[in-house]
Design a binder for this molecule. Structure first.
Ligand SMILES: C[C@H](O)[C@H](O)[C@@H](O)C(=O)CO
Ligand code: MN
Length: 428
């Protein structure tokens, strides 16, 4: 055992005693971390470009990957290598979350209304090889038929039919993914539809969206194979005045049609907290999907950090035993820093938030609350912030066979020198 490992073990033993004094079982918390399964979004590797054509780039949709850090993945082999590197530095259970634009098209131009399960077979095989479940997303952006600003809610029947067909195919692909991997594939539908300036006819677009969804979702799949999720949004770039798929719209749709509602914490008014919405939504829907991200002034999709937003999300799930009802996804794409490092920092931040939540003496806090002891509750919540969570986290990382503390930084740097530099002159 190295000196560093020795210190980590010693610190862990002391931390265990401190938490035990609060009535917290640290070993049980570490065991429970197995239930935290985070779906790793593939699109941080390549700035949401996709592999439909060699030079594919994110365009439209009201979202933007800013930055030009060298070394982005430009094909499936590079993307898989990057994901494998990131996974090797992240403890805990993961899944892969793929967008439809990342099919294995073998150089063939396959339009969105033509994609089939065969285009994703090599991804299914890769997930099987790496013991990962897989989730999937329709891609209603970066396409000429999305340029008008409306897809499933378009007033043009041809445009609408195209995107309904895309959604139908994505759901079929999802069911096949789930069937082969033996774990339900969550299919998430987010559309950019909306209006830059104040629209007059909001209602028709919403009625059309409902009609399109009803049509595409009329085909039923086994819930053991696929689950439908719909993702709401407040606004996008170029769709500042009205988003067709607003939260009210999709929450209503999800409740009525028994789908998951996807809550992206970049998609609400800045003072709204997604953590607060979890117990509200779960009174009315069976399950929900989260897109964990970090909005900075707008839905900027910065890399997740261990901030209050994420901590509240994790606490609400753990306090209420909701892990079985909430699917955990990530949604950030920062093109201004090392992209593998982005995955590692962001995913570990989410996992840290869950571990902190598991190290809380919740029953004791609830008792204080019920007894009306507001000062005592506040004091305990404050004191918990400086308990030795880091010692437990480092021990957990060692136990899971990944670098503890900041040690992963040098692994990422090494990968940048040895692999990413070969992709890009700026890094040589
Ligand atoms: C690429 C993602 O699917 C997309 O970011 C969507 O989930 C979203 O959050 C749009 O703002
Ligand atoms: Mn999202």
């Amino acid at each position: 055992m190295s000196n560093k490992e020795q210190y980590i073990h010693e610190a862990y033993e002391l931390a265990k005693k401190q938490y035990a004094a609060l009535g917290v079982d640290v070993e049980a918390a570490i065991k429970k971390m197995e239930e935290v399964v985070v779906s790793l979004h593939c699109w941080q590797t390549d700035d949401v470009g996709g592999f439909e054509t060699p030079d594919a780039e994110l365009s439209g949709g009201g979202i933007q990957a800013t930055g030009n850090y060298p070394g982005k993945a430009t094909n499936i082999a590079e993307m898989r290598a990057d994901l494998e590197k990131a996974i090797s530095l992240i403890p805990g259970n993961l899944r892969l979350n793929l967008h439809a634009i990342y099919g294995d098209f073998q150089g063939e131009l396959v339009d969105r209304d033509q994609i089939e399960p065969k285009h994703f077979q090599s991804w299914i095989d890769w997930c099987k090889e790496h013991n990962l479940g897989m989730d999937f997303n329709a891609s209603n952006f970066s396409h000429p038929k999305a340029d008008g600003g409306f897809t499933l809610s378009s007033k043009d029947p041809e445009i609408r039919a195209f995107w309904v067909e895309h959604l139908k195919r994505c759901r079929e692909i999802s069911a096949e993914i789930g069937r082969q991997l033996g774990s339900p594939c969550v299919h998430n539908s987010w559309i950019p539809d909306g209006s830059k300036d104040i629209p007059v006819d909001r209602n028709s677009h919403r009625a059309l969206l409902k009609q399109s969804l009803d049509e595409a979702l009329s085909i039923k799949y086994d819930a053991d194979h696929m689950l439908d999720a719909v993702e709401s949004k407040l606004f996008g770039i170029g769709a500042e005045s009205m988003t067709v798929g607003s939260h009210d719209f999709y929450l209503g749709y999800a409740i009525k049609n028994n789908t998951l509602i996807c809550l992206d914490n970049g998609h609400f008014h800045p003072t709204e907290e997604v953590g607060d919405k979890i117990s509200a939504c779960l009174q009315f829907v069976d399950q929900l999907l989260l897109h964990m991200t970090r909005p900075v002034r707008w839905d900027s999709d910065h890399v997740v950090t261990l901030n209050d937003d994420i901590k509240l999300i994790a606490s609400e799930i753990i306090r209420n035993n909701f892990l079985g009802r909430v699917k955990l996804g990530l949604d950030f794409f920062d093109a201004s820093i090392n992209r593998i490092g982005a995955y590692v920092v962001g995913t570990r931040a989410v996992q840290k938030a869950f571990m902190i939540a598991m190290l809380e003496p919740t029953e004791q806090l609830v008792r204080l609350e019920e007894e009306g002891k507001g000062f005592e509750r506040l004091a305990m919540l404050e004191e918990l912030k400086s308990k030795p969570f880091g010692a437990v986290w480092d021990y957990y990382c060692l136990k899971m066979g990944v670098p503890a503390g900041e040690d992963y930084i040098q692994d990422v740097q090494e990968y940048e020198r040895e692999v990413l530099a070969a992709r890009s002159h700026e890094l040589v």
